[in-house]
Design a protein around this ligand. Structure first.
Ligand code: XMP
Length: 512
């Protein structure tokens, strides 16, 4: 049994990020909806974190939990709404603020021990609130304040109850990790007994449980890190009852199919089938230019293929996918619709309602770097684990406009050149993704005294930690020059190369 932290979800966008931060400190955590929190108390419980949420704690019908949780006798850390809920239920008062605080905010500590031990007296935190605590509950003292928020952090040291108006879990809070570490290790006395190996074993166990003694999984293997890690987990869980399907969509990068076939035949005992489907995919994409329609068409075709493949096996009622948490929040409206749908990631947004296969998505609550770590623990080769992410819909989302066979071929050749030039110089190190985009924009050029009127290719390279936000990367002059020369000289149909200097937000990483 591992020491456990309970994370009570009041509907924040950041709840899974809190869970991730707790995992980073090698502590096991469980996320539960607020109205069921009281069912999850117990001896192994070392502490409770209350998430933020969009509601106002003083309004009727605001999300709440049983006050029995307050009697559990373990430390509690309330974040944003979580802190306001604590105040409302312990005799304090919360009111609408005169002004809202949103974004980077300077905070000044009034108390630098315990929870704030090791944190600078003046620090920067990430705020996102309209309400504020007006009256502290008995026993509480102010630990920190900002210009607009007198109670930016509060605590009752005797009962080990704490509240933070800011979000320590987001990277923008400069010393947030320190505050969470202090809570977990100093306040809750967690020893850090939960390793990535434990997580891998838990995922293996849960897949085995989900599919039962006889169930079989059809796994969409893309060759990327995520589905490869799912492959490793499923293989450990149920052996050759997992049937990996690699679809050659005609939208793959140069060399992809060979790499996947070699890697998986060398490293796994996985039952691997390669499906040739270039004609099917490019046929469905003929004449389609709208990005969402492209994504849906590709998602649909994938599902059709998986369904066809599933018929080859008697008990293949399960579809395995490498869905990650950022895919989930960007594709579906989390918490009943408050979140805007940005893109339909094909493995989340494009599935039909009558799928008749149960999804197996062991990575659904994890972030990319955690998946890489898992891959290593599960024994995947480093070249597989460290690969740059590649989207499920493949080159289609980098080929603005119609995906004709000619244009896809052009893009594939340009992408191979971009990758080669980055990797040859070691400029890919620490870069999240680096690739080519066929922009669909045509411009006039001159080559060998002749006029050209061809497409522009964009170089896209970004740094990111989870794909949810990203900064553009500036490759060296030599790298850019080599790419530009090679792309324009070697690829007919491209006469201009540009560098994409857009971060996310406001851009997205892929162009579609
Ligand atoms: P965007 O373009 O939304 O991409 O900023 C964020 C990250 O997700 C990858 N991506 C996808 N991955 N299926 C995937 O498996 C998809 O449909 C998909 N669309 C984007 C993208 O490459 C980047 O790493």
């Amino acid at each position: 049994m591992h020491e456990r932290i309970l994370i009570v979800d009041f509907g924040s966008q950041y709840t899974q990020l809190i869970a991730r931060r707790v995992r980073e400190h090698q502590v096991f955590s469980e996320v539960v909806p607020a109205h069921r929190a009281h069912e999850h108390l117990g001896e192994d419980l070392k502490g409770i974190i209350l998430s933020g949420g969009p509601a106002s704690a003083y309004l009727e019908g605001a999300p709440t939990m049983s006050e029995a949780v307050l009697e559990a006798g373990v430390p509690i850390l309330g974040i944003c709404y979580g802190m306001q809920w604590l105040c409302e239920h312990l005799g304090g008062a919360v009111v609408p603020g005169e002004s809202r605080e949103f974004g980077f905010t300077e905070m000044h500590l009034d108390h630098r021990e315990g929870l704030f031990s090791g944190v600078s007296a003046d620090t920067v935190v990430w705020m996102s609130h309209g309400d504020r605590v007006e009256k502290l509950p008995a026993g509480f003292a102010r630990l920190a304040h900002t210009a607009d928020c007198p109670e930016a952090a509060i605590g009752d040291e005797a009962r080990k109850l704490y509240g933070l108006q800011f979000h320590p879990e987001v990277a923008h809070t400069r010393e947030g990790i320190t505050v969470l570490r202090n809570f977990l290790h100093w306040v809750c006395r967690c020893s850090g007994d939960w390793t990535p190996g434990d997580l891998a074993q838990e995922l293996v166990r849960s897949v085995a449980e989900q599919v039962g003694e006889t169930g079989e999984i059809v796994l969409g293997l893309s060759g990327g890190v995520d589905s490869s890690v799912v492959g490793a987990i499923c293989q450990q869980a149920i052996g050759r009852r997992c049937h990996a399907i690699f679809v050659d969509t005609g939208l793959l990068r140069a060399g992809e199919r060979e790499l996947v076939e070699n890697t998986f035949r060398d490293h796994f005992e996985l039952d691997l089938t390669v499906v040739d489907a270039e004609d099917r995919f490019l046929g469905k994409l003929a004449g389609v230019t709208d990005p969402e329609q492209k994504r849906k068409a590709i998602g649909y075709e994938f599902v059709e293929i998986f369904r066809e493949q599933a018929k080859r096996f008697e008990n293949a009622h399960f579809l395995g996918q490498g869905t990650l948490y950022p895919d989930v929040i960007e594709s579906v409206a989390a918490h009943g619709g408050a979140t805007e749908v940005i893109k339909s990631h094909h493995n989340v947004g494009g599935l039909p309602e009558d799928l008749e296969m149960e999804l197996v998505e062991p990575l659904r609550l994890l972030f990319k770097d955690e998946v890489r770590e898992l891959g290593r623990v599960l024994g995947l080769p480093e070249e597989m684990v460290a690969r740059q992410p590649f989207p499920g819909p493949g080159l289609a989302v980098r080929c603005v406009g119609e995906c004709t066979p000619d244009r896809v071929k052009r893009l594939r050749a340009a992408d191979a050149i971009v990758r080669e030039e980055f990797e040859r110089r070691g400029e890919h190190e620490g870069v999240w993704q680096y690739f080519a985009v066929l922009t669909g924009a045509r411009s006039v050029g001159v080559m060998g005294d002749q006029r050209t009127y061809e497409e522009a290719c964009a170089i896209r390279a970004v740094q990111s930690s989870d794909g949810m936000t990203a900064d553009w990367v500036y490759p060296s002059h030599a790298c850019l020059q080599a790419i530009s020369n090679r792309v324009i000289n070697q690829i007919r149909g491209i006469n201009r190369v540009v560098l994409d200097v857009t971060s996310k937000p406001p851009g997205t990483i892929e162009w579609e």
